[in-house]
Design a protein around this ligand. Sequence first.
Ligand code: PRP
Ligand code: ZN
Length: 299
Amino acid sequence: MNKERLQIAIQKSGRLTKQCIDLLSNCGVKVPIVKDRLIASCENMPIDIMLVRDDDIPLLVNEGISDVGIVGLNVCEEEKLKFKKDNDNEPFSICTSLKYGKCRLSFAYPQLWNKSKKSWSQYLQNTTIATSYPNLVGDFLKKNNIKANIVYMAGSVEAAPRLGKADIICDLVSSGSTLLANNLVEGEIVLESTAVLIKNKTLSSENENLVNRLVKRIEAVQQASERKYILLHAPRKSLKKICDILDSESPSIMPLEGDNDMVALHVLCKENDFWDIAEELKSAGASSILVMPVEKLLP
Ligand code: PRP
Ligand code: ZN
């Protein structure tokens, strides 16, 4: 391993892998990923990508084997709590939150669970809870004055109630289909999570600079992914109304050759909003509406 190159750890295979590779590639970090190879060297920047198990990433970053890591906040917070038991200082720092890998760590109860008791904290009282996140769950129980027994399971946590290993589980929920398939109902949320970028606390100044550049690029890519570039034709007389509908960040307005009544309008729009306003735009007289992806958005 070349210590002069920035080492970035990402998940080898799993829910974050593809999006991590896509994000890095959109940030100009071109990585030739070779299946089953631990390290991939970036061709155009002094960066190596380490492909490892997601649960190992906080530890690798903490020990400086990897300078930076992309991992779910869930894994990150669990490892932080584990680390804090023996140490006073924070093990690593979170540079930025990413917009993918959304999920939540939630309690889930069997559908047939007796619902005679009053509050959720009473439901949890004196139960046995299966989880891969014993520290986060323990912390949550302690903060809420709940006494319960935690059983650690590395995987297949959703099977624990059926196997008689636990009454309740606390596991990641994304689409909810795993819970549904196992006749479990989601309860209280312990943690809302997305992927995050973490870094070791003692980076060389070169690597610190490189990480800062990378974070700026990530922000530019993420901002762009939320926007669409819209081009449309608008009747001059409806311009004010159309600009109001677009709630635009200063649109560019251009005349159309040979047509005094219509103008062309270019504007950035939040993607989520677009379908909501498309029909409004049409009825305000907009036509030839073109929606284009934005690759990067630099402030
Ligand atoms: C998580 C979790 C559930 C599933 C939930 O596993 O343990 O099994 O995802 O997702 P859903 O709500 O979309 O069904 P993950 O894929 O992260 O694998 P791992 O637990 O083995 O790391
Ligand atoms: Zn995992």
